[in-house]
Design a protein around this ligand. Structure first.
Ligand SMILES: O=C(O)C1=C[C@@H](OP(=O)(O)O)[C@@H](O)[C@H](O)C1
Ligand SMILES: C=C(OP(=O)(O)O)C(=O)O
Length: 443
């Protein structure tokens, strides 16, 4: 089937001004629905991200037996069925564009005596799933069918008695860690995951909040070992979803590169495993004031006042990658406007996101008159105060590529067009309206 695409163009804009509130965090939104499904009783969620990725997860929770209801914008209620009591789904579980939805749900299915077909869009069908299937098969799940290279569509048969394992993950990935822990929820023993570097810890925090016993220990130089006691009785708990730093990133960079801007981003989550972009922009000379740090719904949040600033290039260490993994496309845009060279190290994981983000970012920058280089897994950008723009950027079904290059267009000399706005709705449906409210010019 031919899918209609629509272009959007961003034009050099005057100073951005005003206040915005980023949408609810995507990672936490998926997890709130999933833990709602796995609890017996009613979980109330506020601030849920109503992006397509999360809506797919909500529908899958319904197909596995939960009653999922939207009460008001961002306010959802999940009547869960509890660990061990999921229904055999009748239809294919469709995750759309969402790697998180599919990988976390593979863990849930693997830990239950059900068989499910999991599938997604053309982008998701290119993404590697073996990294999750490998540990799940050690736990006793079986892959009945899969596309070449361990890709979806996948037919996964779970087990009633997941084997407790200690899994040493070769990559720092919150999706792998979460899939194993979610499968371990129905295991009679302890399930441990060792990660080489700390990845986002939302699953661990939310499992504890819902009553599971979980131990987190340092492992090696930068790693962690997370151990979950199986078969807890998860108790429903209200979840207030904080503002998504990965979505706030676009306004943060826009206000930095559009001269004389002065904006406030309200209630952005400040979890240190998610704030790598903030650290890097501050090193580059960005003018960001962190106001009113406070706790909301178990996470630290803050308001950020961001003003236009002249940036300088920096060397971004590979160890920072897990805390800013989805922000490299927009960081590369900031780097294009920075004096000197920015080298972003250790970006191999960017090759297996919604698109090959290393190649997609480099091609987009070239289309806009910037000269990037990829050396091994590093991305190197030679910046300058002026960026010519003027290109048409291919988005490859990738929301972050789409939004990043629209932001570049707001500060470039000539307009920048993207070939398809459609995917922006997966993570940030109000992107255009919010950015326009600050003065961004799109047509
Ligand atoms: O667990 C999560 O919610 C996510 C983990 C990251 O992926 P990896 O686990 O593959 O690094 C990130 O890129 C993704 O957008 C969301
Ligand atoms: C990589 C991303 O998401 P996912 O892996 O869930 O598709 C993202 O949102 O940038």
């Amino acid at each position: 089937m031919e899918v209609a695409t629509s272009r959007l163009t961003a034009e050099r804009s005057g100073p951005l001004a005003g206040r915005i509130k980023p949408p609810g965090d995507k990672s936490i939104s998926h997890r709130a629905l999933i833990l709602g499904l796995l609890s017996v009783g009613t979980t109330e969620i506020t601030g849920l991200l109503e992006g397509e990725d999360v809506i797919h997860t909500a529908k899958v929770c319904g197909a596995l037996g939960a009653r999922v209801e939207r009460l008001a914008p961002g306010r959802w209620r999940v009547e869960g069925c509890g660990i061990g009591s999921l229904l055999q789904p009748e239809e294919t579980l469709d995750f759309g564009n969402s790697g998180t939805g599919m990988r976390l749900m593979m863990g849930v299915v693997a830990g239950h005596p059900i068989t499910a077909t999991l599938d997604g869009d053309a982008s998701l069908r290119t993404r590697p799933m073996r990294r999750v299937l490998d540990p799940l098969m050690m736990m006793g799940a079986q892959t009945l069918s899969q596309a070449e290279g361990g890709r979806c569509p996948i037919i996964l048969k779970g087990t009633a008695e997941p084997i407790p394992i200690v899994y040493k993950s070769p990559v720092a990935s919150a999706q792998i860690k979460s899939a194993v822990l979610l499968a371990g929820l129905n295991s009679p023993g302890e399930t441990s995951v060792i990660e080489p570097e700390a990845s986002r810890d939302h699953t661990e925090k939310m499992l504890r909040y819902f009553g599971a016993a979980l131990k987190v220990e340092p492992f090696g130089e930068n790693g962690r070992k997370i151990t979950l006691q199986g078969r807890p009785e998860l108790k429903p708990a209200p979840v207030a979803v904080p503002g998504d730093p990965s979505s706030a990133a676009f306004a943060l960079v826009a206000a930095t590169i559009v001269e004389n801007s002065d904006i406030v981003i309200e209630s952005m989550m400040m979890n240190p495993l998610r704030t790598g972009l903030l650290t890097t922009l501050l090193e580059m000379g960005a003018d960001i004031e962190i106001i009113d740090r406070r706790e909301e719904g178990g996470e630290e949040v803050a308001d950020l006042r961001v003003r236009g600033a002249a940036l300088k290039g920096v060397d971004v260490p590979a160890a920072r990658a897990p805390s800013m993994i989805d922000e490299y496309p927009i960081l590369a845009v900031a780097a294009s406007f920075a004096r000197g060279q920015t080298r972003m190290r250790g970006l191999g994981e960017l090759r297996v996101k919604e698109s090959d983000r290393l190649e997609a970012v480099a091609a987009g920058l070239r289309a806009c008159g910037v000269d990037p280089q990829i050396i091994g897994d590093d991305l190197i950008v030679e910046g300058g105060a002026e960026v010519s723009g003027g290109g048409l950027v291919a988005t490859h079904l990738d929301h972050r590529i789409a939004m990043s290059f629209l932001i570049l267009g707001l500060a470039a000399q000539k307009p920048v067009a993207i070939d398809d706005v459609g995917m922006i709705a997966t993570s940030f449906p109000d992107f255009r309206a919010q950015m326009e409210s600050l003065g961004a010019r799109f047509s």
